[in-house]
Write a protein that binds this ligand. Structure first.
Ligand code: NAG
Ligand code: NAG
Ligand code: NAG
Ligand code: NAG
Ligand code: NAG
Ligand code: NAG
Ligand code: NAG
Ligand code: NAG
Ligand code: NAG
Ligand code: NAG
Length: 454
């Protein structure tokens, strides 16, 4: 993702029509799939892969490569929920064309000069979704890796970027040294490895990967990327920190929903993988954070983007973040029974609001940004479409069987080659957002010193 800020562009009045809206009965599969048909039609209006001269797997500008991965991941769930094969080959072709020469979505043609860790990991989630939903293979060539192997390749490409030479650990935002975010340790890059590792841990029942994800979480806390305010049950999940003199002294306190979403995703998978209350307790604090920050105060239980929505400053990337939140709340609903009603309350209310917002444009079913007004707010784009699709289809997510594992899916999965985040062997630089001038040090040499080994 990039640092551009694009303000919201209102749709021209001439395009406004008074025709139909999306009529949704939440929790009803037929109604959800009817809505999905309308919304995906809107999504495909932006798809360039089936246009003359267009690139397979890409949406038109200004939508970046990562968002394409996000959209196809959502459409994999639509396929499963609706048992509708219309877009199966579109999704297969997109994955096949974008998986890169090394089958790890790294150094992908046309992206290699700009690709960052967060971009890569969103395609990792796409293929993990395909693995967990048993999506039809993109290739009949037995030399081509299966979806789970592609996801593991993404993980194995990213985890070695853990950089314990600065800030006591963490991935940098960028992959390339010459990009401006190289000097930034970003929460999203680390939350991405955390969550993808968690999903692979559950998929392959790999306890080493559970520990590895836990080390990432502990590092986030020790370096104040994640803090718990005194007397509160929620976490603040901050955006990251510039590297200054090899440490991360000043946290960028921006609160973005996609960071919460990936931590929610990861902790719910780790709970499912281990059955350990440690993980449901962690999840509780991320969920509490979503409830604290991302519910529109003008509504009951309707999601919005806290950091930019009110000011109308959400850029194209940020306008898709609620899709990631919706997806992760669906993970909770499926994997953590004790929090199912808690997240479905948000999903249900937001889905109703989103459906009501899908009443704009010349087709009369173009989705808007504000889900709290009961109508279309004049804003539109790929982010609005995929966010509406995800929140609406997640009202029926618990009808699906659980995400499968290599065993339950009957898939061959080589679990012998995976990279783990190293146990810290050195001094960790502790910093604190509220007292940036105070730093302290702790020397650790094993998991048990600083990391829970749960
Ligand atoms: C969400 O909506 C479904 C379908 O109407 C309903 O069965 C379920 O009880 C709702 N859940 C919550 C927590 O509101
Ligand atoms: C399957 O999806 C396509 C495209 O979204 C839609 O036109 C079609 O009506 C759907 N089929 C069924 C049986 O719902
Ligand atoms: C890179 O761009 C070229 C030219 O537009 C296109 O033909 C090719 O398919 C693209 N490669 C990928 C992996 O998208
Ligand atoms: C950054 O480095 C990569 C790989 O070394 C190179 O391909 C790319 O052109 C460079 N980008 C800029 C903006 O200098
Ligand atoms: C693989 O082969 C099956 C059976 O011939 C066919 O239905 C399917 O479309 C093929 N898949 C791909 C991705 O080519
Ligand atoms: C970084 O981790 C590696 C692998 O565990 C270890 O050998 C090295 O000493 C660590 N370096 C620092 C500065 O902590
Ligand atoms: C997962 O691994 C543990 C040992 O680490 C084992 O006890 C358990 O039976 C395994 N679960 C499955 C579903 O294979
Ligand atoms: C890898 O899979 C094999 C066979 O299922 C299992 O015995 C082994 O414990 C697994 N290894 C790890 C590290 O999960
Ligand atoms: C970084 O280190 C240099 C050299 O030791 C020092 O002059 C500078 O003030 C330090 N910067 C910060 C922000 O601490
Ligand atoms: C809540 O509604 C008021 C009045 O319409 C509006 O000014 C404000 O921006 C809304 N807040 C949000 C978060 O939508």
């Amino acid at each position: 993702m990039k640092l551009t800020t694009t303000t919201l562009i209102p749709l021209l009045a001439s395009l406004i029509s008074t025709s139909t809206a999306i009529d949704l009965t939440v929790g009803n599969v037929d109604s959800v799939c009817d809505a999905a048909t309308d919304i995906i039609k809107g999504i495909m209006d932006y798809y360039e892969g089936d246009r003359y001269g267009g690139t397979v797997g890409m949406f038109q500008q200004p939508y970046y490569w990562w968002e394409a991965g996000l959209v196809f991941g959502g459409m994999i769930d639509t396929w499963k929920i609706c048992n509708n094969y219309t877009y199966v080959s579109t999704i297969q072709n997109a994955i096949n064309h974008q998986r890169g020469d090394y089958n790890d979505f790294n150094k992908v043609q046309n992206q290699s000069d700009v690709e960052a860790n967060d971009d890569q990991v969103f395609w990792g989630f796409t293929v993990m979704e395909a693995a967990e939903r048993n999506f039809p293979s993109y290739s009949n060539n037995s030399d081509d890796p299966n979806y789970a192997q592609l996801a593991l390749n993404v993980y194995n490409s990213m985890a070695p970027r853990w950089d314990n030479e600065t800030c006591g650990g963490g991935l940098r935002w960028q992959i390339l040294k010459n990009m401006s975010g190289w000097n930034y340790k970003s929460e999203i890059a680390n939350a991405g490895v955390f969550a993808l590792g968690a999903r692979i841990a559950r998929y392959s029942n790999n306890s080493e990967l559970v520990l590895s994800s836990n080390r990432i979480l502990r590092w986030m806390k020790e370096s104040s990327f994640i803090t718990q305010p005194d007397g509160e049950n929620y976490y603040n999940v901050y955006d990251g920190s510039n590297i200054v003199n090899d440490s991360c002294p000043v946290i960028n306190g921006a609160i973005w929903s996609y960071n919460y979403a990936l931590m929610t995703m990861g902790t719910s998978y780790l709970y499912s993988a281990t059955g350990n209350d440690y993980w449901s307790n962690e999840l509780d604090k991320f969920l509490s954070g979503i409830e604290h920050y991302f519910i529109n105060p003008n509504s009951t239980d309707i999601l919005y983007e806290y950091q930019c929505s009110v000011w109308g400053t959400c850029n194209n990337d940020q306008r898709a973040f609620r899709a990631i939140v919706a997806n992760s709340l669906g993970n909770v609903a499926q994997l953590v029974p004790e929090y199912k009603d808690r997240v479905l309350k948000i999903i249900n209310a937001s889905a109703k609001g989103a459906a009501a917002s899908c009443s704009g444009g010349s087709d009369g079913v173009t989705c808007g940004k504000d889900w709290s007004t009961g109508s279309w707010d004049g804003l539109y784009g790929l982010g609005e479409q995929i966010s509406a699709l995800e929140i609406i289809q997640n009202t029926v997510i618990t009808d699906l069987e659980l995400p499968c594992t290599d065993k339950s899916c009957g898939v061959e999965f080589d679990n012998s080659t995976y990279v783990t985040i190293p146990i810290p062997t050195t001094t960790i630089y502790l910093t604190n957002t509220n007292t940036v001038t105070e730093t302290s040090y702790v020397t650790v040499s094993s998991d048990s010193n600083i990391f829970y080994t749960a």
